[in-house]
Design a protein around this ligand. Structure first.
Ligand code: VGL
Ligand code: ZN
Length: 192
């Protein structure tokens, strides 16, 4: 068993009613919880990330009062607030590693995250000799895209489970899936 599951940013601010809520976020949180009930034992490690920004500055221009929803965003996922917590229906019992990213700067990739013990995703993968990653979460066109491209760039094999992701914009989400597939990711579903 040498496969990892990466669960990107399933947080209250990214699901419906959140500060940066994406359409379908609630459904994805619920489906990921059900997927874990059936499949957690298939994975050597289950790594979840959280966007975890400062509330006292604009996080390197990541927050804006006039966001363009491409490079700048409304205030979201301020560390220690409800919005930064995992979505309420995302059952994290089987998560083995928790990473935080984006403290004071934009960080779209889970590979930029660090656990409270100081461990990165690359270190976790290397420690367990893992080359194969399944990836799910939010947002398809931002953190899912960036995390997948980083994993491929680090020579890992990545499957993205497309029924367990949700994006900010439909058009850029479609484009992101095409891009990561062209870069070598396998697009599949949770029912493979
Ligand atoms: C994200 C926008 C801003 C993400 C994070 O998790 O995809 N998107 N910060
Ligand atoms: Zn952010």
């Amino acid at each position: 068993m040498t496969r990892a599951l990466f669960i990107v940013d399933v947080q209250n601010d990214f699901t419906e009613r959140g500060a940066l809520g994406v359409e379908g976020g609630d459904a994805v949180a619920e489906r990921i919880s059900r997927y874990l009930q059936a499949h957690a034992d298939d994975y050597a490690v289950i790594v979840a990330s959280r966007d975890w920004h400062h509330g006292t500055d604009d996080n390197g221009g990541h927050f804006s009062d006039a966001p363009d929803f491409v490079d700048t965003w409304p205030v979201h996922c301020v560390g220690g607030t409800y919005g930064a917590e995992y979505d309420e229906v995302f059952d994290t019992t089987r998560v083995t590693h928790h990473l935080k990213k984006g403290q004071g700067k934009p960080a779209y990739s889970l590979f930029e995250g660090v656990s409270d013990e100081g461990e990165t995703a690359s270190q976790i993968l290397d420690a367990h000799g893992i080359r194969d990653i399944d990836l799910v979460g939010i947002a398809t066109d931002y953190c899912v895209r960036a995390s997948t491209l980083d994993a491929l760039g680090a020579g890992r094999n990545v499957r993205v489970l497309t029924d367990l992701v949700a994006g900010v914009h439909p058009v850029s989400s479609e484009k992101a899936l095409d891009e990561i597939e062209a870069a070598g990711a396998v697009l599949t579903t949770s029912r493979f």
